[in-house]
Design a protein around this ligand. Structure first.
Ligand SMILES: CC(C)(COP(=O)(O)OP(=O)(O)OC[C@H]1O[C@@H](n2cnc3c(N)ncnc32)[C@H](O)[C@@H]1OP(=O)(O)O)[C@@H](O)C(=O)NCCC(=O)NCCS
Ligand SMILES: [Zn+2]
Length: 216
């Protein structure tokens, strides 16, 4: 989908983001030798790109509720999407049956490119929990996980929830960076792992976890 650039801003890390007419943002990084975009560094360079149409990947992505049939797809890709880590047993089919209201699939045309599985806490009425989120490696850094989270937040807010929690492993640096970018706070733990505050033995002996929380 071709969309015109209507403006620019810098994100929290001072990297340039092109604002597209559809409302989506697209990073336009100058990161040689991988991405050569010296023009983005000067006001004149950016000005020259106003009105130029670029391909907006986010526009082609739609998000829908998960269905039982999606379970088979997700279990077939989950270990690959997690770099070979064995994650399959952590996502049982019940999420695709009993938690459909809070589970989502992101699609580009007919291809599934992301998923999110969460639920509303039975114990804490104001809280919702995101158990899993995964995005196809070729579709990362295009806002797909953000779309899935926003959808989850919207559904949670509509049900009167005010807080979202999730838990990740200290080794999962991508997940930690992602949650920080999404505005989650780390709950202080009792241990430091690579500079990250972790809760030791949270999931059993030797199984430290990083706990995230966000008010929505
Ligand atoms: C974590 C994951 C879901 C992120 O998906 P994504 O679609 O690439 O994320 P988005 O493009 O929506 O990014 C949202 C924000 O997080 C940031 N982000 C995403 N991946 C990042 C990374 N590897 N390093 C730093 N920041 C990152 C983005 O820059 C963006 O912030 P911004 O809007 O301020 O620029 C994806 O990398 C993935 O599937 N990883 C493997 C599975 C996994 O670890 N899941 C999480 C644990 S349950
Ligand atoms: Zn768009």
């Amino acid at each position: 989908m071709q969309r015109k650039i209507v403006g620019f801003h810098q994100d929290q890390r001072r990297e340039w983001v092109a604002e597209l007419e559809c409302g989506h943002g697209m990073h336009v990084r100058h990161n040689p030798p991988y991405q050569e975009r010296a023009w983005v560094l000067s006001p004149e360079g950016r000005e020259a790109f106003l009105g130029v149409a670029v391909e907006c990947a986010a526009c082609e992505i739609t998000v829908r509720h998960a269905e039982p049939r999606d379970f088979y797809f997700v279990t077939s890709v989950i270990n690959d999407w997690w770099d070979g880590r064995q994650m399959r047993d952590m996502l049982p089919k019940l999420f695709f049956i009993h938690f459909r209201e809070t589970s989502f699939i992101a699609e580009q045309k007919d291809a599934r490119v992301g998923f999110l599985n969460g639920f509303f806490s039975q114990t804490f009425p104001a809280e919702a929990y995101i158990h899993f989120v995964g995005v196809h490696p070729e579709f990362r850094k295009h806002g797909v996980a953000r779309m899935l989270y926003e959808k989850f937040f919207a559904v949670a807010r509509a049900k009167g929830k005010t807080r979202v929690r999730c838990v990740t492993s200290p080794v999962n640096k991508t997940s930690i960076a992602f949650h920080q970018h999404m505005g989650f706070e780390m709950e202080p733990g009792d241990d430091m792992v690579d500079g990250i505050s972790a809760h030791s033995n949270y999931d059993g002996k030797g199984e430290s976890r990083v706990l995230f929380v966000k008010e929505i």
